[in-house]
Design a protein around this ligand. Sequence first.
Ligand SMILES: *[C@@H]1O[C@H](CO)[C@@H](O)[C@H](O)[C@H]1NC(C)=O
Ligand SMILES: *[C@@H]1O[C@H](CO)[C@@H](O)[C@H](O)[C@H]1NC(C)=O
Ligand SMILES: *[C@@H]1O[C@H](CO)[C@@H](O)[C@H](O)[C@H]1NC(C)=O
Ligand SMILES: *[C@@H]1O[C@H](CO)[C@@H](O)[C@H](O)[C@H]1NC(C)=O
Ligand SMILES: *[C@@H]1O[C@H](CO)[C@@H](O)[C@H](O)[C@H]1NC(C)=O
Length: 266
Amino acid sequence: MKGKMKLSAMAIALAWLLFMDSTRAATVSSPSPSPAPAPAPDYVNLTELLSVAGPFHLFLEKLESTKVIDTFQNQANNTDQGITIFAPKDKAFSSLKKPSLSNLTSDQLKSLMLYHAIPEYYSLADFKNLSQQGPTSTFAGGLYALNFTDNKGSVSLDSGWSQTLISSSVYSTRPVALYQVDSVLLPEAIFGKAPPPAPAPAPAPDTFTPADVSPSGSQENPFSPKSSPSTSANAAASRPVAMTALFSPVVALVHLLLVAGGVVVL
Ligand SMILES: *[C@@H]1O[C@H](CO)[C@@H](O)[C@H](O)[C@H]1NC(C)=O
Ligand SMILES: *[C@@H]1O[C@H](CO)[C@@H](O)[C@H](O)[C@H]1NC(C)=O
Ligand SMILES: *[C@@H]1O[C@H](CO)[C@@H](O)[C@H](O)[C@H]1NC(C)=O
Ligand SMILES: *[C@@H]1O[C@H](CO)[C@@H](O)[C@H](O)[C@H]1NC(C)=O
Ligand SMILES: *[C@@H]1O[C@H](CO)[C@@H](O)[C@H](O)[C@H]1NC(C)=O
């Protein structure tokens, strides 16, 4: 008992010391008011930003292997326009089955990575305007455009091949904006238009198309935490295949539970 009290007293003392230390560190590291503050924007280390947020490890890995990270960092360092980056989470890369990125040439992969940024800083509020301007060019050049749609603050991006949502704002201070997106952006210039939904197999006209056959179904998450109910409703309306595919495991589970409970369901 005594030992425990001693321990917790020590823990409190330690916490207090750490707290004091962090406040002191904050005071020390805060910039002293210099007589002539440079107008240069703060340096944002994009590599560091991407390695602590996310997880965006696969995105960062590809940015580094293609050296596109230097292009982005240079833009962030040296321009007034700044940069807006759309980072897909690791899960978006690992769940990407069709089309595969493994067959891309190194030039195509580089374009794909450049496609994930716009050489201009945009706050979330700016997308309302952008959505009325038609296609917006990305870092990959004119052919590699994105269309934005702002639905009551929920921003979706259309690559021509697929649609995805901005699911959170990771960092947004001029000159750098970093937004998390639900799926990898697949430029029409590389992948073409999305293939039309696969025709239902002949012998069973009532069965559903598997989600991974539909390009948007396999990449979009209609249950993204930030999407407002209205957006989810829209997603449900425009992506019935994806929704059905997502619900069927739930239905199967309910059946299983009912059967386990001794109820026969027909
Ligand atoms: C940026 O951050 C990365 C990862 O933390 C680090 O390796 C690199 O040295 C940093 N670059 C600069 C210029 O500080
Ligand atoms: C960006 O700025 C940092 C800090 O000034 C510098 O270390 C880094 O090399 C610069 N990177 C590029 C690509 O300009
Ligand atoms: C990748 O290329 C190989 C050989 O050309 C081909 O067999 C395969 O189907 C391709 N995979 C995809 C996903 O396009
Ligand atoms: C939005 O666009 C209109 C014209 O389309 C322009 O007048 C206005 O300044 C823009 N607002 C912002 C915040 O860019
Ligand atoms: C963007 O929208 C325009 C006009 O609606 C359309 O012509 C174009 O193909 C779209 N581009 C992309 C990349 O979605």
